[in-house]
Design a protein around this ligand. Structure first.
Ligand SMILES: [Zn+2]
Length: 251
C-alpha cells in the first residue's frame, strides 16, 4: 500500500488486520500524531495508556514494547523506531477548552474533535459520546518530567522522514490526528502533514479505509462513554531529572 497523508491539523481513521503493521512517518519532522486504537469487535476494549503504563512500568516506549487495551490485551507492538524514542504516554488530547485556557478566542482545530470527525466520517456505526476521548498515545511528542514530577512540553526531537512501525496484534480501528497545536512548542510551532503506510499485509488482507459502517459496526454505547468519561489518572512520579532527561532523549 502506498503512503497516505494525514493532513496537518486533521485526522484519519483506518482499519488494520492482525499481523499487519502501520508505518507512521514524520514527513517534515517535529509533528505530533495523537494515536488511538479500538477493538471493532468489543466496544469496551480500546487502547489504554494507563493500562500500558501499568504493565510496562514505564511512561515511555521502546522497540519491543507492547501497547495494551483496557482489558490488558496486547493491541500493538513497537517493532521499529528511527527516532530517538521520545514519545508521550501522559498528555491528554488537545481540545477546544485547552485552547481557550491558552487565551485563544473562537474555535481552534483540536485532536479531540478530529478523532470524533474521523470516526463519524469512516465508521458511522460507532456511537460514542461527543465528549468522550480516550487518552491518546502521542507519537513524537516530547514531554519532559523533572524530579518533582512536573511536566514540560518541548519541541519534538523527531526529524524529517523518521518513523515508527507498530504491528497489530488484533484487528483494529485506528485513528491518527496530526495535532494542530500552534500555541505551544508541541509541534515545533508549525503543524504539518504526516504519512502512514500499511505493511506486511497478504493480498487477501489489504486494508481498507473504512467508509460508512458496512465493514465495522462498532458501537460504544453512550452508557459506556458516561462510565468511561470520569476516569482520572493520578500519576505520582519521582525521578532523577538528569536520568529521566537522558532517558527521554531531552538532555
Ligand atoms: Zn492535539
Amino acid at each position: 500500500m502506498s503512503k497516505t497523508i494525514i493532513p496537518a491539523r486533521k485526522a484519519i481513521a483506518v482499519s488494520i488486520r492482525a499481523g499487519q503493521s502501520i508505518k507512521i512517518t514524520n514527513t517534515h519532522g517535529k509533528q505530533v500524531i495523537d494515536f488511538w486504537a479500538f477493538n471493532p469487535n468489543d466496544s469496551h476494549d480500546y487502547l489504554s495508556m494507563v493500562h500500558t503504563r501499568t504493565i510496562l512500568l514505564a511512561v515511555t516506549l521502546h522497540v519491543g514494547d507492547r501497547l495494551y487495551s483496557t482489558k490488558r490485551k496486547p493491541m500493538l507492538k513497537v517493532i521499529e523506531d528511527t527516532t530517538r524514542g521520545v514519545h508521550d504516554m501522559i498528555w491528554s488530547a488537545c481540545d477546544s477548552e485547552r485552547y481557550h485556557m491558552q487565551g485563544f478566542q473562537g474555535y481552534h482545530d483540536n485532536c479531540a474533535d478530529n478523532m470524533h470527525s474521523a470516526l463519524r466520517n469512516h465508521a458511522s456505526g460507532m456511537e460514542i459520546s461527543d465528549d468522550w476521548v480516550p487518552d491518546p498515545l502521542n507519537l513524537f511528542m516530547n514531554v519532559a518530567i523533572d524530579h518533582h514530577g512536573s511536566l514540560d512540553i518541548r519541541p519534538p526531537t523527531s526529524e524529517k522522514g523518521q518513523y515508527v512501525v507498530l504491528e497489530a496484534a488484533a484487528d483494529l480501528l485506528l485513528v491518527m490526528s496530526s495535532c494542530p497545536q500552534d500555541m505551544a512548542p508541541v509541534n515545533g510551532g508549525q503543524p504539518t502533514d504526516c504519512e502512514y503506510e500499511i505493511l506486511n499485509g497478504p493480498a487477501s488482507l489489504v486494508p481498507k479505509v473504512i467508509e460508512g459502517a458496512s465493514d465495522i459496526l462498532m458501537s460504544i454505547p453512550k452508557a459506556l462513554a458516561s462510565t468511561a468519561r470520569p476516569r482520572r489518572v493520578k500519576v505520582c512520579l519521582s525521578f532523577d531529572f538528569d536520568a529521566v532527561s537522558h532517558w527521554l532523549g531531552t538532555g
